[in-house]
Design a protein around this ligand. Structure first.
Ligand SMILES: [Zn+2]
Ligand SMILES: [Zn+2]
Length: 292
């Protein structure tokens, strides 16, 4: 049996292996009621080049941004399953999100890069997802890019800086994006709503969700005790990234800036970047094999 995994390169916590076994979905949840694509329908994660594969389907509709929707009852068909968002995959691995350590707050691509550069990085991921949420197949307004980082606890560490590697960028609606930021959700009083959404998508019991949440908090506390270098080698490729001018580079190769969350210090490896007219590149120190 093949189980669809939204983030196949992201390891799940070993202590929670029972939560992340491949599952067969029991029911297709009702629509969340977003404006796209409306009640009774679901969006597909399909590239423009593959549109003709679904054109013959009676319920298929083409929307703005080249988005494609079908009737929810059709999504269980075998020929549509490769384009189904996580919520509609018959066989799936529950998704997992690591909380960002306090020491990495403000050190996101969205915060580091100029708007033009950030858009260029996420565009191929959005195109591959057909500009539709990869979890629920819906969207209220624009989709958002979520950076999926893998934290290498105690591996590839240099001078007290551990590595977090960008694995992929997910194309998500706002409601699903919140499930990946549990800490922010707690601050905004959204924990209950977010928890219910995660439970329904991963088909977890209240107890299973509790273990997941407790583990996330424990890991967050441990990771917030060290500094993190951002490794962009798996995603940035040949792109040259432009950093916002709020960042300054010190002689120790550290980047620092005042961000919304306070003073942020970080390091960037595995990508060419430009700051104040100068170009920089530091190779990744992680020698653990390619992601793809
Ligand atoms: Zn969604
Ligand atoms: Zn995010």
């Amino acid at each position: 049996m093949e189980y669809f995994d939204l983030t196949p390169t992201l390891p799940r916590p070993k202590s929670l292996s029972n939560l992340f076994r491949g599952k067969t979905r029991s029911t297709l949840r009702r629509s969340f009621g977003s404006t796209f694509p409306g009640i009774g329908k679901i969006g597909l994660n399909i590239r423009a080049a593959d549109h003709e594969l679904v054109n013959t389907l009676e319920s298929a509709e083409l929307w703005d941004y080249g988005r494609v929707s079908v009737a929810r009852r059709d999504i269980v068909r075998d020929e549509l399953q490769p384009f189904a968002p996580l919520i509609a995959r018959k066989h799936f691995v529950p998704f997992h999100a690591d909380m960002i350590p306090t020491t990495s707050f403000g050190a996101s691509l969205a915060n580091l890069l100029t708007p033009v550069s950030w858009k260029a990085v996420r565009k191929p991921f959005f195109q591959a997802a057909g500009y539709v949420c990869q979890i629920c197949g819906e969207a209220d307004g624009a989709v958002e890019g979520h950076e999926v980082w893998q934290f290498f606890d105690g591996r590839g560490e240099r001078n007290g800086w551990a590595l977090q590697r960008l694995e992929t960028i997910l194309c998500l609606c706002r409601g699903c994006h919140q499930m990946f930021h549990l800490g922010l959700g707690a601050i905004n009083g959204q924990s209950k709503k977010i928890g219910e959404r995660i439970r329904s998508i991963n088909e977890w019991t209240a107890g299973e969700y509790r273990s997941y949440f407790d583990n996330a908090k424990r890991q967050h506390a441990a990771r917030s005790r060290r500094n993190w270098t951002l490794d962009l080698s798996a995603v940035a490729g040949p792109l040259r990234l432009d950093l916002k001018s709020i960042w300054t580079r010190t002689s120790s190769q550290t980047l620092s800036a005042k961000t919304a969350t306070g003073n942020t210090e970080t390091r960037l490896v595995g990508a060419n970047y430009r700051l104040d007219g100068s170009f920089y590149f530091e190779p990744s120190s992680l020698n653990i094999g390619a992601v793809r």
